[in-house]
Ligand binder design. Structure first.
Ligand SMILES: Cc1cc2nc3c(=O)[nH]c(=O)nc-3n(C[C@H](O)[C@H](O)[C@H](O)COP(=O)(O)OP(=O)(O)OC[C@H]3O[C@@H](n4cnc5c(N)ncnc54)[C@H](O)[C@@H]3O)c2cc1C
Length: 386
């Protein structure tokens, strides 16, 4: 049996993004996808700041040029038409990627199957056995399985639960509420995230930055209590999305023709949990490498941004109750285009300087010293997925 050139473990954002580029370039290699779930599912939306041309740009369902960060009576609203906040539905992206795959007879998408066992032959080819007892082989494995991690200070979990609701009519359909901080039983930052999809539809999430993943039942109860308290009336819940994202730099992995990709490979930004746009940048670079007959490449991390994110999260550990004020000041005092580039991991040095100037000097210097000393003493180990 001739080995596939590439085997993707997981048909998620990273696999689809690379496969779409290879399809567009009519890349001559063969590939296979192993996905334990169904392909047709609309389990999440991907949001972030553009502009960003990618093979799924025509799947953008919404863009907003205004966003707000708030707490009680305090609210900062920023406008930046040059860097709109954009949203894609995973269902549309999956359908597009699957259609692109179906156009190739030498590409296979094996849904409802998981990888059961793997070993590398003497000739370097990976032998993969699936839980259905099917066998296949591949020269390269690109593995996007979500990482099993245990995080230590300063890293945190971003736990969230959201509902897309249908309502009679909502107010203010132009402003994304990125963070609206609420009182919670924990001192750790807890906030509402609200996307006005249309006059009668909203995606509303409750999110926490916490040392251990939050209990989903408790989050659900907080979400519904807040919806009631705010008088957000709804006639139907269209869908739900939830997750626990590691706010931590995940070490790059590329050994013996086995690469980790996507969030598992380090494409997620520790201080934000955003990954989709970084995955697009990785997919551009990896597709270019393959199309020019070189090897696939793993996502790269920025040591400077990892350190800055570590300092920022260390400052949250030191005073979690001050997090809301820090975020409000950050959005108030940083020019929106510079801040959005920073949050998306494509900041210039000037953007980074602007962000640093907006943060309180004393607490950040103390957090920088603590984080640097803890790193130097070996107290902070690289986050390597198990
Ligand atoms: C609900 C949710 C909303 C998010 N929203 C945003 C957002 O708005 N903006 C943003 O930038 N980031 C967002 N993220 C973070 C990140 O962008 C996404 O998690 C993104 O999908 C990561 O892409 P990926 O390819 O690494 O992983 P995924 O897209 O999660 O793909 C991994 C795939 O691996 C499969 N898999 C799991 N276990 C196995 C196994 N044992 N064998 C084979 N396959 C397996 C899964 O079924 C899945 O299809 C969100 C995450 C979640 C969970």
């Amino acid at each position: 049996m001739k080995p596939y050139d590439l085997a993707f473990i997981g048909f998620g954002a990273a696999a689809m993004s690379l496969i779409a580029r290879l399809a567009q370039a009519n890349w001559p290699g063969s590939l296979v996808v192993i996905e334990p779930d169904a392909i047709e599912r609309n389990d999440r939306t991907w949001c972030g700041w553009g502009p960003n041309q990618h093979p799924f740009s025509d799947q953008l369902t919404q863009t907003w040029s205004r966003w707000a960060v708030s707490q009680a009576q305090q609210s900062v609203i920023r406008d930046a038409p040059e860097t709109p906040y954009e949203m894609l539905h995973a269902g549309g992206v999956r359908e597009r990627a699957r259609t692109m795959m179906q156009a190739r007879s030498d590409w296979a998408c094996l849904a409802d199957r998981a990888l059961a066992h793997s070993h590398q032959s003497a000739n370097g080819v990976w032998q993969l056995r699936l839980n259905t007892d099917e066998d296949l082989s591949a020269r390269w494995v690109l593995d996007a399985r979500p990482p099993a991690l245990s995080l230590t200070r300063p890293w945190l979990w971003q736990s969230f639960l959201g509902v897309e609701i249908q309502g009679p009519a909502f107010e203010d359909n132009d402003t994304v509420r990125l963070m609206d901080f609420v009182d919670a039983e924990t001192p750790w930052p807890t906030f509402f995230y609200e996307l006005p999809i249309s006059a009668s539809r909203r995606l509303i999430e409750i999110t926490q930055f916490v040392p251990e993943p939050s209990d989903m039942k408790a989050l659900e109860s907080t979400l519904h209590t807040e919806l009631n308290r705010r008088g957000i009336d709804h006639t139907a819940i269209i869908r739900q999305e939830l997750g626990h994202l590691p706010m931590a730099p995940i070490a790059s992995y590329n050994q013996n023709h086995w690469l980790r990709i996507g969030a598992a490979g380090g494409s997620m930004r520790p201080a934000t949990g955003y990954a989709f746009h970084a995955i697009q940048r990785w997919a551009d670079a990896c597709a270019h490498s393959l199309i020019t007959q070189q090897q696939p490449i793993a996502p790269k991390r920025s040591r400077l941004l990892d350190w800055l994110d570590g300092v920022f999260l260390e400052s949250l550990w030191r005073r979690p109750e001050q997090a809301s004020q820090r975020f409000i000041t950050l959005f108030e005092q940083t020019p929106p285009a510079a801040l959005t580039r920073f949050l998306m991991g494509r900041a210039s040095r000037v953007d980074i300087a602007r962000v640093l100037l907006a943060l309180p000097k004393g607490p950040m210097i103390r957090a920088a010293i603590a984080h640097t000393l803890r790193r130097a003493s070996g107290a902070i180990q690289p986050n390597t997925p198990r």
